[in-house]
Design a protein around this ligand. Structure first.
Ligand code: PMV
Length: 329
């Protein structure tokens, strides 16, 4: 059984877990599936196999990834009451380590294909809850289009749901990958540091109102309100990251810097482009990639501005509109 799923870009962010084992977040989040970042996964259960076989593209996956996939297959196996091992093949339409959450599209596609292969009759909410256990943000790649993840407080009430379908609003993410990602701290570890930031309470106090504003801006297609909120939100999350003190190799670090110098260059430049009349705002994830959000009819102008500003630097640009949810193919 084969399934497609798309990575998603959060406008209100998931950063911090209430329950790290079940991936229950501290707050709701809102995202859009990205058409340029697709994972296709096939899963075949076979009683003749002694162990799961996991391939990334044409190559066997590394042990760490394969173990995560097997642990996720165990969740599906226990629901179906089978011990059969599986052969899993997964392919991404985008390069690895580019700041795209391939774990989100990956675990959403694996959940959809695995459940299909086992004949499990699961509704979207059940699939989203399962995907969440593989990787938190993967639960948002199960529904289509614009999505909200309800934080909940336990396994059964923490899942994502569609706010509006992909064709509801023609906005585009021009994602500028300024550097191959070598994360100083994995997002799994970063989530656990969030509550240590002295600014956590300030962020928590803003999030409820921001969720309402961003949800309404999406439903009303109000681009300026949307843009202002997502920019402030990205900076709020990075404020937490940059003020989460931790220790690496016995050395104290004051915070986690996911930015590259070109990240800051683009953030400053986006503000200048707006002063020149462009409709463009940025958001960021746990990495150096800058995602530029603009109305669909402005995407060419934004891409041209990026190319002009790039000046020989080794950047990759990917353009996405809102994409559908995880589906069998
Ligand atoms: O699902 P994780 O553990 O990879 O966390 C993703 C966290 C961010 O991408 C930084 C924010 C988000 O909401 O997607």
């Amino acid at each position: 059984m084969k399934a497609n799923a798309y990575a998603n870009l959060a406008f209100v962010k998931y950063w911090g877990k209430r329950d790290p084992r079940l991936n229950i977040p501290l707050n709701n989040s809102i995202s859009m599936n990205l058409s340029a970042a697709r994972t296709t996964t096939s899963v075949i259960f076979d009683s003749a196999l002694n162990q799961d076989e996991v391939y990334l593209g044409d190559r066997p996956a590394d042990a760490k990834f394969a173990a995560r996939v097997s642990a996720h297959l165990d969740r599906l196996r226990s629901l179906a009451g089978t011990q059969d091992r599986a052969r899993v093949e997964t392919r991404n339409s985008f390069p690895a380590s580019t700041g795209f959450a391939s774990s989100a599209s990956g675990f959403a596609a694996l959940t959809r294909a695995g459940a299909g292969a086992l004949g499990l009759d699961l509704d979207e909410r059940a699939l989203s809850r399962l995907a969440r256990q593989g990787s938190g943000s993967a639960c948002r790649s199960i529904p289509g289009g614009f999505v909200e993840w309800y934080a909940g407080s336990a396994d059964d009430d923490s899942y994502a749901e569609m706010l509006a379908p992909a064709d509801h609003w023609d906005i585009v993410a021009v994602s500028v990958i300024v550097a191959a990602e070598a994360k100083p701290v994995s997002s799994s570890d970063g989530h656990l540091l969030a509550l240590d930031s002295p600014f956590w309470d300030a962020r928590a106090a803003q999030v409820a109102a921001r969720l309402d504003t961003v949800r309404r801006a999406i439903l009303e297609r109000d681009f300026d309100t949307f843009g202002r909120e997502i920019e402030m939100e990205a900076l709020s999350m990075h404020t937490i990251m940059m003020t989460s003190a931790h220790v690496i190799e016995d050395r104290w670090q004051s915070g986690v810097y996911y930015w590259h110098p070109d990240t800051l260059d683009l953030l400053v430049t986006v503000q200048a482009w707006r002063r020149e009349g462009m409709d463009v705002y940025f958001t960021l994830d746990a990495g150096p990639t800058v995602h530029l959000m603009c109305p669909g009819d402005q995407a060419d102008r934004v891409r041209r501005a990026v190319r002009k500003h790039q000046q020989g630097r080794d950047w990759t640009v990917m353009t996405s509109h809102a994409a559908d949810g995880a589906a069998l193919i």
